[in-house]
Structure formats: C-alpha cells, structure tokens
Design a protein. Structure first.
Length: 549
C-alpha cells in the first residue's frame, strides 16, 4: 500500500523537534513465517507502550498464551510508556518512513481522529473485511452489546471514509475506576471524634479542622494530614471539591445548558471553589503535597510503615496508592464525596465515560494481515480478557463461582493479586477486548485477609457511592469530529487545558492570589488570547451536528 504524507504528521514533527530513540525490539533476525493460510506459525511484531512493571514480555505467561491461541510467534517493538511520548514516537516513525510493527497494541492515547488520519494516509489497514472473515469472537462480543452500545462503538470506530482502522477496548461494566475521584475517609477518626462524613462544604471544613487539631490517631503528635490526593485521574482531590460549586469534568471540559456550551472554568462559581480550596491549603487542611507527590510518596502517606494512620480523607485507587497488606486500610470506608450544591450549579459526582478506546491496530507494513487479525480476535475471548487482567489461569486465578463486588455471579477467584501490577504474568495493561463484570471482575471470595479488605471496599463503594451519583442530563461527552474540526479544536483545547490546570494549582497554592480581581481577570484575558471563543464555537458546531444525527 502506497503511503501518503499527511499534513498533521509533518506539523507534529516540526513542533516536536528531535525524534525519540529508535525501536527497541527484542533483537536478532526477525524472519517472518509462512502465509497464515498454510497453518504454519507466523511471526508478528507487536508495538506497545512498555510498562516498567513487566519484568519480561518474551518470557511472559500472557505472551505464551497468545502465541498458542493465535498460532503466532511474537516479537516486540517498545514505545515509551506515556501517551504523549508514544504518540510522538509513532508520528515520527511515520514521517521518517520507518517500518511499522505489524500490530499496534495498547495505544489508548491515540485519539480517534489521529488514528483515522494515520489510516487514511495509508499507515494502517482498513480492518472491515478482515474482521468479517477472521474475527468471529469479536463479532460475537459485539452481538452481546445493546443497540445503543453498538451504535456508539460503530460511530467511534468508523472514519469519514467508512474505514475501520482500530479495534476496541470497551468496558461494558461500571466500576470504581470510572469515578473521577475514588474517595476514602478514615471512619475510625470520625468515630473517635463523634463526627459523621461531611455532606456540605462547611461540614467538610469542620471535619478537616478536627482532623488537624484534635489528634484523632491518638499518638499525641500533630502529624495528621486532614486531606490528601493528587490532581489527576482518579486521585483528583481538587476537582471533587470544585463539583460542589459547578459541574466540572477534567476529561470533557465544557458544560451544556439548553443545548448551549459554556466553560465552567471561567465562571464565578469555579472561582468560589478555588477560593475555598486555597483556604484549605493555606490552613494546612489540604496537603500541598497533593500537587507534587509521586505514587511511592502517596502510598507511604496513606499507609505509613509506622502503623499509625496519618490521612483523614484521600483520593486514589487503593491497589495503586496504598499498601494493600496494611491493616490501616481497615480504618477507611469509601466516601461518596457528594457535597450539597453551593451555588445552583454544583452538587455533583463525576462519572467519567471514557471507557471506549480503539488501541488495537494492524499496520500497512504487516506481511500477514490474516494472521494479525486472528491474533487481534483472541483479545475478544472471555478467557483472554480474564488473563489480561488477572494473570495465568490455574496459577494466578482459578475458576470458582461466587458473588461479584458489583453484584451478580462471576467465576474468577484471584490467587495472586499482584499478577496485573508486576512481574511476567500479564502485560500490566488493558490493550484490547470487550470486558464485562463476569470476565473481568473477581469474585468476593479470597484466601488472603488484605484481598478481603480490598474487596470489601470495592463492594461498599458500589453499594453506597454509585447510587448517589449526580450528573447533569446534558453533557458534551464522547463527540465525533470531522478531521478539520478535530485538528483545530484539539490544538486549542490542549493549550487551554494546560493553562487552566496550571493556573488552578497556582491559585489553590496561593502563588497567584485568587481573591485579587486583577489576577482573575488576567486569567480570563489569557484564555481569550489562547482562543477560548474559537474553541467554544467549534465545539458548539460539533455538539450540534451530533445532536442532530
């Protein structure tokens, strides 16, 4: 297939400058096998974002399983781990005319429009016919979705030219990872102080003051950290508070009222939220380490080795940001974080619907696309999804019927809870498949005490937090762009999001005075300079066209 040079790739290369390091395959000669139709084993190269927690991709239980199921031999081309960096490397490879891996796996940060740009330019194969001929498990998984889910998936998968350049990673189950902030509160501290979980902003302030001043951990030392999180993803302690004042989703940063889009981060309500957060930070009620701490530092704060709890309220996934074996986790209970509406625009819990990606692609350099599609198809089998998440069957998990944390019956009993997070049992990421509660989630049963605690927290979150989720009926989420709309709006949004997040942190920390009208007006003026009005106009056009479909 002849490849075309596309403007977006050349533009990106000009902006990004020097290329990253070259491909990091496993070395050695990579002679490819016979045609897939002969039944002989074919060698495929898989390009993926390298996860530092994987000790080996070649000597790996998941790799060996995939090779056996698809009758292939896998070699790997390693990309950087972060989304911005691996998309940059892929872009530079294309612009330089370098040979691509046969299959791209786990590229969740490659947007739909960028994927379609690569495909229309000839770097990716149109998978339409290959899916029809060689992907029976994928088609069967699609049939299990309801009509609205299939329509959403098909709309997002298909380019303007009608081609399909990627296969989905779709979560057909709502889990606590979908919350913009997974929150926990120290119930032991509340009980000691005779208090309850806060339901208003004023109650939050009162509880945090008591956590700081009344020695709830009982060690006689003023070492309590009233509230702590981070400022991204499911650790987002600041966005949680902002939603008491105005609905704000960090992923989809525009709101809708009666069909008209508006920017919450320019409103007086948003400013009120920052004023309150600044007050918490200045009084030591919100730790300033929330803006700088890494994963290891957060884990040490939430579950310190001293065995004495330090944090009152924290946000994050306990499997990542806490020591799962620590008995201190038993002091915490899931906290909804639903704070009463302070302004007429707030009172929300954000559930982020970003559970649909198309990170699995076959490149135009693939010599045996039929074999590559058979390999991709394996990711839509239930057992593959279970192995991708939980490790080697019969070693890291076994089949045993039982109750799921979200209700209903499942069959995955975890034996080794660390399989997904480190070692050589999985690829430590989800890179393809349609997962459900049954094939993805573990049953409540466990032979280890700490797993029982984690499962209990998950179930309590599902039972007590999810029923309280409040979101506006109108939301600008999961929209489909034309190439021209995306190219313009994405550039504007990137600058605006980067600026608003930077300024938010500076306002909260007090580096810039949020109470100073001149400083706030400077912030608004800079947003206009960055193209705020043009961004709103383009997104209104995108939203209107989707609503009128």
């Amino acid at each position: 297939m002849k490849k075309k040079t596309i403007a977006i790739i050349l533009a990106l290369c000009f902006v990004l400058g020097a290329a990253l390091t070259g491909c990091g395959g496993d070395g050695g000669e990579t002679t490819k096998g016979a045609s897939a139709d002969t039944g002989e084993k074919v060698k495929l190269t898989v390009g993926l974002p390298q996860n530092a927690n994987v000790s080996s991709y070649t000597d790996n239980a998941f790799t060996k399983y995939l090779e056996e199921k698809a009758n292939v031999e896998l070699d790997f081309v390693y990309f950087p781990s972060t989304g911005e960096d691996y998309v940059r490397k892929l872009t530079l490879m294309a612009a330089a005319g370098e040979e691509m891996p046969d299959v791209l796996w786990g590229f969740t940060s490659l947007s739909n429009n960028s994927r379609n740009e690569f495909g229309d330019a000839g770097y990716l194969l149109d998978l339409t016919d290959l899916i029809e001929e060689y992907a029976p498990d994928y088609k069967a998984a699609l049939e299990k979705l309801d009509d609205s889910q299939r329509k959403r998936l098909e709309n997002r998968a298909t380019s303007e030219t009608g081609a399909i350049y990627g296969m989905p990673l779709f979560g057909n189950v709502t889990i606590w990872d979908d919350l913009q902030a997974i929150l926990f509160i120290n119930q032991d501290w509340l009980d000691t102080l005779g208090m309850k979980a806060p339901e208003t902003v004023d109650e939050l302030y009162t509880v945090l003051k008591a956590f700081k001043e009344k020695d709830p951990n009982g060690n006689g030392i003023a070492d309590e950290i009233p509230m702590f999180g981070r400022t991204n993803a499911i650790n987002n302690i600041t966005t949680w508070v902002i939603n008491a004042y105005v609905y704000y989703n960090d992923t989809y940063n525009l709101n809708v009222t009666d069909g008209k889009l508006w920017a919450p981060y320019t409103t007086d309500e948003y400013r009120q939220a920052l004023i309150f957060l600044n007050k918490l930070c200045e009084e030591g009620l919100l730790s300033d380490l929330s803006f700088s701490a890494g994963t290891a530092e957060m884990k040490a704060m939430v579950t310190p080795a001293t065995g004495v709890s330090q944090v009152g309220i924290w946000a994050g996934h306990p499997s990542v940001y806490a020591d799962q074996t620590s008995p201190l986790l038993e002091e915490y209970t899931p906290y909804s974080g639903l704070l009463k509406d302070e302004t007429g625009l707030g009172g929300h819990i954000v559930l982020d619907p970003t559970n649909l990606y198309f990170p699995l692609m076959i490149t135009a350099d693939c010599e045996y696309p039929e074999a590559a599609m058979r390999f991709c198809n394996v990711f839509y089998q239930d057992e593959t999804i279970s192995r991708q998440r939980h490790g080697e069957k019969g070693v890291d998990w076994i089949e045993e019927k039982g109750e799921l944390t979200v209700g209903g019956e499942g069959y995955i009993k975890v034996v080794n809870p660390d399989a997904f997070f480190k070692g050589n049992k999985t690829w430590c990421a989800n890179g393809g498949g349609i997962y459900t509660a049954e094939n993805y989630l573990a049953i409540m049963a466990s032979d280890s005490h700490h797993e029982t605690v984690i499962n209990g927290l998950m179930k309590a979150c599902h039972d007590n937090v999810f029923p309280l989720i409040v979101q506006p009926e109108e939301r600008c989420e999961d929209v489909t762009y034309t190439s021209e709309q995306y190219e313009t709006s994405h550039s504007l949004k990137s600058s605006i999001v980067s600026y608003t997040l930077e300024q938010r942190n500076l306002f909260i920390l007090g580096t810039i005075d949020i109470n100073d009208d001149a400083q706030w007006n400077n912030y608004l003026s800079e947003l206009d300079r960055l193209g705020q009005q043009d961004y709103l106009s383009i997104m209104q056009e995108v939203y209107d066209s989707q609503e009128n479909e």
